[in-house]
Design a protein around this ligand. Structure first.
Ligand SMILES: Nc1nc2c(ncn2[C@@H]2O[C@H](COP(=O)(O)OP(=O)(O)OP(=O)(O)O)[C@@H](O)[C@H]2O)c(=O)[nH]1
Ligand SMILES: [Mg+2]
Length: 203
């Protein structure tokens, strides 16, 4: 008797992709919304409101004078890094007055990006402190704006007083491949940290 194709062993069903949540944080106007928009494969959800005259004394636009809106709740995007790995991106609002939202956004996150601008490095401290206090793995990504002095990653590490384990990378938040590399760095760093924590302590 001749058997047809149905006799063959069925192929295993493709594995469900792993979905991970990554936060994109950092100071006001550092490029968080830009990064999520550059890398997202779906139309990113944005919650932008126009900057107003009333906010001018508080909102420091030095270096980003063309900026006309600010994030008031979050950005949301998605990227498939590999077939089996999907990242959901949550961009935080940068202004201090919306910080209460961070506690909601951080829930269930695998790790975070702290975007930094070398002209306003001190604006990154709050985000770095936030993730250090919660023990959430993060990488610092320097968004290299034109007109900003270029510094090697190690100089930024020293200036931000970061431990050796925290990756510092340079990026252009407007460029998809560059933004993607930053996200891959976060995932790899978080995986390394997770593996180290699972290793039994030596006697
Ligand atoms: N030249 C240059 N401009 C950039 C870059 N990234 C962002 N911008 C511009 O800088 C401004 C700020 O970018 P946003 O992405 O809105 O910054 P944000 O961090 O989301 O800002 P908030 O949500 O208000 O904290 C915008 O006008 C962007 O077009 C960059 O890499 N180079
Ligand atoms: Mg924004």
């Amino acid at each position: 008797m001749v058997f047809g194709r149905s006799e063959r062993r069925p192929r295993p069903a493709p594995a469900e992709p792993v979905a991970l949540k990554i936060l994109v944080a950092g100071g006001f106007g550092v490029g968080k919304t830009t990064l999520v928009g550059a890398v997202s494969e779906i139309r990113p959800l944005r919650t932008e409101e126009r900057l107003t005259e009333a906010g001018r004394p508080i909102d420091d636009l030095h270096g980003v004078e063309a900026k006309s809106t600010t994030t008031v709740a979050m950005d949301f995007g998605r990227i498939t890094v590999r077939d089996e790995l999907v990242l959901y991106l949550f961009g935080t609002p940068g202004q201090d007055r919306f910080w209460f939202l961070w506690d909601e956004l951080v829930r269930g996150a695998l790790g975070a990006v702290v975007l930094a601008d070398t002209r306003r490095l001190a604006d990154s401290f709050a985000a770095i402190d936030y993730f250090e206090r919660r023990g959430l793995p993060f990488v610092v990504a320097v968004n290299c704006f034109e007109g900003a002095d270029r510094y090697p990653a190690e100089a930024v590490r020293d200036a931000l007083d970061l431990g050796d384990a925290v990756p510092v990378v340079l990026c252009d938040a407007r460029v998809r491949e560059s933004a993607r590399d930053v996200l891959v760095a976060v995932v790899e760093h978080a995986m390394r940290r997770g593996a180290q924590q699972r290793e039994p302590a030596l006697p």
